[in-house]
Design a protein around this ligand. Sequence first.
Ligand code: ATP
Ligand code: MG
Length: 310
Amino acid sequence: MTSNEGDYDLTILLESELEDKKLLHKGKVRDIYDEDDELLIVATDRISAFDRVMPRGVSGKGAALTGLSEFWFLKTGHIMKNHFISKLDDRTLRVRKAKRIDIEWIARAYLYGSAWRAYSKGLHEISGIKLRSGLQLAEELPETILTPTTKSEHGHDEELSKQKAIESGLVSSDEWKELEEATFRLYEYYKREAWLKGIIIPDFKLEFGRLDDDLIQIDEPPTHDSARFWSRDKYVVGEKQEKHCLDKEFLRDFLLRKGFSGEGPIPELPDLVIEQISRRCTGAYEVLSGKKEISSLSLLSVDEVLNITG
Ligand SMILES: Nc1ncnc2c1ncn2[C@@H]1O[C@H](COP(=O)(O)OP(=O)(O)OP(=O)(O)O)[C@@H](O)[C@H]1O
Ligand SMILES: [Mg+2]
């Protein structure tokens, strides 16, 4: 169905089936198997948007997520310990099981997404940081801002201040400090590495967990699903970056244009949309890991796709 080059198995896998393994958790994208002190994380080809899993899968997605996770985890262990043990196959990671801290550590260096929506409604303070007026969509912020949310099993994640996180017992004050610093240190690394490959990471989300006496990074590092990736050379302040992005914003924008923002039936996803998502997922992995130049990916904007598909 797609025209992705590369070494991926192009079969689309929506449900993992590891015989003789205990399924612990089925996330929106990944299936987690319990192996006592360890977990097997199988990245399927499922894709979600607005907290809903789409009915179609995206070829190459699970392999790209897994490859990119391995790439980052191997490089950043000296900055913050992480759960990575090994990559078992194209879509499976063996990791150390931790007790998850129910916080999504979101950091932003550019004004976009929910932060832009709040700012453009007149809210000029984000997570305690005052922003000057007159900032534009996608503009770089004067400093990186942490905008954490709760991580809830059900319902929507809510904004979380340091005080609220400590008062509600999610973390101690010392843990907050350590994890905030780790998020910023990791961001510096991700940012620099991505920039060299022609990519801007304007924001991303991390998770951490407790293991013995340590705090470790779990879940996934910046990927197509957990971060925004913009093209450094095509970046324009004041505009949406969805045409050249290698992240989920393309799908979100397509769905919004079809009138979907999470409620009601999911619009049909034409082959061309699935193909464009696939190019972005696999592209993120291939460009960040140095296998391809970002300029070699043939990407279309949502407008261009709608002109073709109607
Ligand atoms: N090392 C780890 N130890 C414990 N839990 C982990 C670890 N790594 C990842 N997880 C958890 O595994 C799950 C991965 O699932 P996935 O990202 O596909 O879906 P999700 O929609 O985020 O999950 P959820 O159902 O929790 O909302 C997340 O709940 C994540 O917190
Ligand atoms: Mg997740």
